[in-house]
Design a protein around this ligand. Structure first.
Ligand code: HEM
Length: 400
């Protein structure tokens, strides 16, 4: 078995588009991720993806950004503003958990701090499944912890959410309810399509758990890296400090630049489904592992310039790549939440009042407008339990 690493931008791009390479990054996280979207292949993957992406239409993002998210953000931030401080990672979890629970289809009927804490704990435990392959601790103990969180999720959150949606769909079918009154979420779409595309209970529960994970963790880590890059840059370039607050297009660009440097998964992993000839010129078989080094591809000097490894919010747009590089993947598994997290790339005629920014830009803007700055007495801490180098804590102060 050979391990083939692909690191140039164009080669990585072409490799990710190959139909004969299947997902292989999450094999170790099968306990939660077996048979979930990101692990499916071919027809099975296409079918499930087509159903789920119905939730993520463009009008959904517009509605979400203008009608739903600002309120969630303000409500979540209010207690921290009152106390003058927060931990950005913890705050990110709280904001993103609500967001991802809504579009995944996980109800929180009680709306109590205890209920939030319970789901947060489950979500943080699920996070360990995605990084099991890169975990440095006792993997069996981590799996037992994930299984316990899955059982709790199933009983407390998933089954009631599923039963409520089944009732709503039955009411729709009998004419007692209109389409407009249904929630817009992934679980509802999967249940609606279950007669033609049935899914076992266990798989459906994992799929929704995976959506919670995919939406929340990636965004939180991306958010923390982006804020850190901004703080570092504005210390060294005070002339840009106000621009981050006043020019939202500049802020969004600065965030895309950080996304490029810090892909939430530093590599994508694939295995051939048959003997293939890779864009690198190598031949690979079903036994080989193809690792696409997203971090290296995103720092390709031939695409992003001689200073590609550095953060530069003024970086000119590349003609060959998106400003965030391959951080949202490419090909069949390309991220369905891209527009939600990163917004749209502004066109020449884009206007502040109706541009779609993405949740990360919206959150960072709100933090900066409230005077967020690093807490000088409590520096951020990098999580060394995986090789991803994400922040496990990032204390902030508010006000001037
Ligand atoms: C900054 C935030 C995010 C980043 C950096 C990110 C990154 C990625 C990447 C790299 C992949 C491809 C994985 C692969 O090729 O193996 C992916 C897939 C996926 N992402 Fe995201 N993601 C983000 C936010 C979200 C959000 C908000 C959602 C929820 C809507 C989401 C849902 C998914 C799903 C469901 C897939 C699997 C798609 C498939 O296999 O067809 N992601 N994401």
């Amino acid at each position: 078995m050979a391990s083939i690493v692909v690191s140039g931008y164009q080669l990585a791009n072409e490799t990710l588009r190959m139909a004969d390479l299947r997902q292989a990054l999450y094999d170790e996280g099968a306990i939660l991720m077996d048979k979930v979207l990101v692990n499916l292949h071919g027809q099975e993957h296409r079918q499930r993806r087509n159903i789920e992406t119905k939730v993520f239409r463009r009008d959904f993002f517009q509605w979400y950004e203008t009608q739903v998210f600002p309120q969630t953000l303000k409500e979540t931030l209010a207690p921290y503003l009152a106390s003058g401080k927060t931990d950005l990672v913890d705050f990110g979890f709280r904001v993103m958990m609500n967001l991802t629970a809504d579009f995944s289809g996980v109800d929180r009927p009680l709306r109590t701090p205890e209920e939030t804490a319970q789901l947060l704990h489950i979500l943080r435990t699920f996070g360990k499944a995605a990084t099991l392959g890169q975990a440095l601790g006792d993997k069996e103990a981590i799996k037992a912890e994930i299984q316990q969180a899955m059982d709790e999720f199933d009983q407390v959150f998933f089954r009631p959410s599923m039963q409520r949606r089944q009732t709503l769909l039955a009411e729709l079918a009998s004419g007692q309810r209109s389409e407009d009154s249904l929630p817009r979420d992934v679980l509802l779409e999967l249940l609606r399509n279950a007669p033609e595309h049935p899914i076992e209970h266990e798989v459906l529960m994992k799929e929704i758990g995976f959506f919670l994970l995919a939406g929340a963790f990636t965004t939180i880590h991306t958010l923390t890296h982006a804020v850190h890059e901004i703080f570092t840059w504005r210390t060294e370039h005070p002339e840009d400090a106000k621009r981050y607050e006043q020019d939202r297009f500049f802020l969004q660009r600065a965030i895309h630049e950080s996304m490029r440097l810090h892909p939430s998964s530093p590599t994508a992993g694939r295995r051939p489904t048959c003997p293939v000839h890779l864009p690198t010129g190598q031949d690979a078989t079903e036994q080989d592992m193809v690792s696409v080094d997203l971090m290296a591809a995103n720092r390709d000097v031939g695409v992003f310039g001689a200073d590609a490894a550095q953060y530069n919010p003024h970086r000119p747009a590349s003609k060959q790549a998106s400003p965030y590089g391959l951080s949202f993947g490419m090909g069949m598994h390309a991220c369905v939440g891209l527009n939600l997290a990163a917004g749209l790339l502004p066109r020449a005629d884009a206007r502040e009042q109706d541009h779609q920014w993405g949740t990360v830009t919206l959150i960072v803007h709100e933090l900066l407008m409230n005077g967020a700055r690093p807490d000088p007495d409590r520096p951020g801490v990098v999580d060394r339990s995986t090789i991803r180098n994400n922040w496990s804590s990032y204390p902030l102060l508010f006000g001037v």
